[in-house]
Write a protein that binds this ligand. Structure first.
Ligand code: FO1
Length: 353
């Protein structure tokens, strides 16, 4: 399988002497699994050389026991660096939990967050570098020196952004309480209705060094099947990023994280409902919007189970195809990445597909 000889992109006339530039806006587990498939595809013999830049969500970040934990950055780094626990999809393989158990024995909260002993070293190094004045982007580059993920991994911003979820709380005079996203997801398993999503600090955040250039200079921009609200949505919410994507000469193609009316993993359904967005492949496409109509998408892949959504997505101004979107193994995910690049090429060629 090779990447199309002629690069996609209406005006990004790509000189044949440089690699294809692919920029991916990614969350954690879903985005990391997709990236594994993309790199598997690009590693096939005969594939056009390509460079992948990942702009990762940092709204899931949490300060815990005095340490900065960056779940989406670490999940991409560990997954592509072969350090991930495949079964959990997050954290380190061969993990132990002694520090977590000891903290619990002291009665130190939170006890609900899975802080692994191996993972702890990453947070110690990161926190020490942040304390020394290094920005998160420099810290991430330093951590990647060890993990060699095979992509350029950028935080969406060097400024602190923390997504909070508003839930009902009868004990509160207002009847509501804001929880850190991690508490909503890890402690409550998203089992209570989300009344609002509040990305604290997002308005004051600036794109990290390289983020805008990675979007503007891309031959293809991909929105993987990450959470469209708290992952890709947060990245697009960093002032300047959405505009850069809308202005990008490259085609922008997304893959639906919703299949047959539900998320494949995580809690996208609950959060889409909180925003009043229909929980369907077409609903998420509509949430991102067609670039020609003020949104960010040129193309959208839905699962074959959602074939019935294709016409509706096309009618909204977004090129759309139905392909298998279950990331069951590297070949399946590589095929998804192939389909996304093909759709980007088609969009780039004809302006629609
Ligand atoms: N997810 C869980 O469901 N339970 C955990 O205890 C947990 C701990 C954890 C520690 C480090 C890390 O990088 C990720 C961790 N995650 C855990 C996953 C994390 O909550 C999600 O991957 C993202 O925040 C959402 O993409």
């Amino acid at each position: 399988m090779t990447i199309p000889a002629r690069p996609p992109g209406p005006s990004s006339e790509r000189r044949a002497d440089r690699p294809l530039r692919i920029t991916v806006l990614s969350g954690g587990v879903g985005g990391a699994r997709f990236l594994q498939g993309l790199l598997h595809l690009l590693g096939q013999p005969g594939s056009t050389p390509a460079e992948v830049t990942v702009v990762a969500n940092t709204g899931d970040d949490i300060w815990l026991h005095g340490l900065k934990v960056c779940p989406d950055l670490d999940t991409v780094m560990y997954t592509l660096g072969d350090g991930i626990d495949q079964e959990r999809g997050w954290g380190r393989t061969d993990e132990t939990w002694h520090a977590k158990e000891e903290l619990a024995a002291y009665g130190v909260e939170p006890t609900w967050f899975g802080l692994g002993d191996r993972d702890l070293a990453t947070h110690l190094v990161r926190t020490r570098m942040l304390d020394a004045g290094y920005p998160l982007s420099a810290v991430t580059a330093a951590l990647c020196e060890r993990w060699r993920p095979g992509v350029r991994l950028l935080p969406m911003s060097d400024e602190r952004v923390e997504t909070h979820i508003v839930v009902d709380d009868p004990e509160e005079p207002s009847g509501r309480r804001a929880l850190h996203f991690q508490e909503y997801w890890v402690r409550l398993h998203a089992q209570v209705p989300a009344r609002a999503v509040v990305p604290v600090g997002l308005d004051a955040a600036r794109p990290a060094p390289g983020v805008l250039e990675a979007v503007e200079g891309a031959d293809v921009v991909l929105l993987p099947p990450s959470n469209p609200v708290v992952s890709v949505g947060t990245i697009l919410g960093v002032p300047g990023v959405r505009e850069a994507v809308r202005r990008a000469p490259a085609p922008v193609v997304g893959l639906s994280p919703v299949v047959a009316g539900s998320h494949v993993r995580g809690m996208a359904a609950q959060l889409l409902a909180a925003l009043g967005v229909e929980v369907s492949a077409a609903g998420v496409a509509g949430h991102y919007g067609a670039r020609a109509r003020g949104g960010v998408l040129d193309g959208w892949l839905v699962d074959t189970l959602d074939e019935g959504d294709v016409e509706r997505v096309r009618a909204s101004g977004i090129a759309c195809r139905a392909v298998p979107l279950m990331m069951t193994d590297h070949d399946a995910t590589a095929a998804m990445a192939r389909a996304a690049l093909d759709l980007a090429h088609a969009v780039g060629e004809q302006g629609h597909a």
